[in-house]
Design a protein around this ligand. Structure first.
Ligand code: ADP
Ligand code: MG
Length: 331
């Protein structure tokens, strides 16, 4: 007989908690945030066919569902504490559940974050996670702190870049043909993103603003420009000079034509890297922070007070950016 709701929760999603005061099994979980810290809370919902393909291995889905949420904590400079999981699935598939739980808990353990509760129901395959983190009061990185004169940076894997997840998606869609090894690496980028949690912590006190890249660089940069422009008392968004040819790029994406390369890195989505603004006085400290965190940081532009977004090539000529930012209700 198939497992019932409570048996599957007990078998796959109940583990002893150490940092929380009470975990799975009661009406509420009880958390123990460190005195003096603020709670950082974020939620992300993954729907099959929208956020992941049905071909994804369950281990990778478990990883990605938590990774995209940890990425939000990273963008705020928050240290992970606990998470909840809401899971809707058409039927109880134990092979799926075992793989999903394995990928989920491997990443959770790597970040010392505990599953403390959730909800489980029958329905279309959908995974929702809420993460709880903590950050010293007043030290959270936010989208609204960028100022004219700040430099713009983006994190990326050492030897890699932005846009690989989008390139993988285009390969799945049949728009591009990738060599076997290129396909394997970009598929990995799409299905196993690395949340920049250590970098986020190291950026406290250095970055004036940060956001994680989930909907594409240009769209996410727009959020920073608008919120920071308003916070700076400007009549509109902050201006940006963005150097398109400075964008870090993996060997697989570098082998594509320039138009696709720009589309994937400027409007790709699903990168889960951090976009950061910081005063130039922090250049050396930022590079040191990235080295400590085991990733790379590359300067890609400057913030200005003229309100305009200028995307420039290596010769300083404007680059066409015809892609609309991703929007679930317009896509
Ligand atoms: P309630 O009906 O009181 O909301 P449930 O019966 O739905 O509680 O869940 C029982 C317990 O199992 C609760 O502690 C809940 O947090 C936990 N739980 C349910 N689904 C999950 C899940 N997918 N992962 C972790 N914990 C879960
Ligand atoms: Mg319930």
């Amino acid at each position: 007989m198939a497992l019932g709701e409570f048996d599957l929760i007990a078998r796959y999603f109940t583990r002893p908690v150490h940092r929380a005061a009470l975990g799975v099994g009661d009406d509420c979980a009880l958390l123990r945030p460190t005195p003096g810290m603020q709670l950082a809370v974020s939620t992300d919902l993954l729907v099959e066919g929208r956020h992941f393909l049905s071909t994804v291995a369950p281990e990778r889905l478990g990883h990605k569902a938590l990774a995209v949420n940890l990425s939000d904590l990273a963008a705020c400079g928050a240290a992970p504490l606990a998470f909840t999981l809401t899971l809707s699935m058409p039927r109880v598939d134990e092979a799926f559940l075992a793989g999903f739980a394995q990928g989920l808990f491997a990443l959770a353990d790597a970040h010392g974050i505990e599953l403390v509760g959730g909800d489980t129901t029958a329905g279309p395959l959908t995974v929702g996670i809420t993460v709880f983190g903590e950050v010293p009061a007043g030290e959270a990185l936010r989208r609204d702190g960028a100022r004219p004169g700040d430099r713009l940076w983006v994190s990326h894997p050492v030897g890699g870049g932005l846009g690989d997840a989008r390139l993988a998606l285009e390969a799945f869609r049949g728009r591009v043909d990738l060599a076997g090894e290129d396909f394997t690496t970009v598929r990995r980028a799409m299905e196993l993103p690395t949340p920049r949690v250590a970098l986020g912590l190291a950026l406290r006190g250095l970055a004036s603003a940060a956001i994680d890249l989930s909907d594409g660089l240009l769209g996410d940069l727009g959020h920073v420009r608008r919120r920071s422009g308003a916070a700076a008392g400007l009549p509109g968004p902050l201006g940006v000079r963005l150097h398109a040819d400075a964008l870090p790029c993996s060997p697989a994406l570098a082998r594509q034509d320039r138009a696709l390369r720009l589309e994937c890195s400027l409007a790709g989505g699903d990168d889960y890297e951090l976009l950061i603004a910081a005063p130039p006085a922090h250049d050396a400290a930022l590079r040191a922070a990235a080295a400590t965190a085991g990733c790379a940081l590359t300067p890609i532009g400057e913030l200005t007070d003229d309100g305009a977004l200028q995307v420039l090539d290596a010769a300083g000529r404007p680059v066409d950016t015809p892609w609309a930012a991703f929007d679930h209700f317009r896509a």
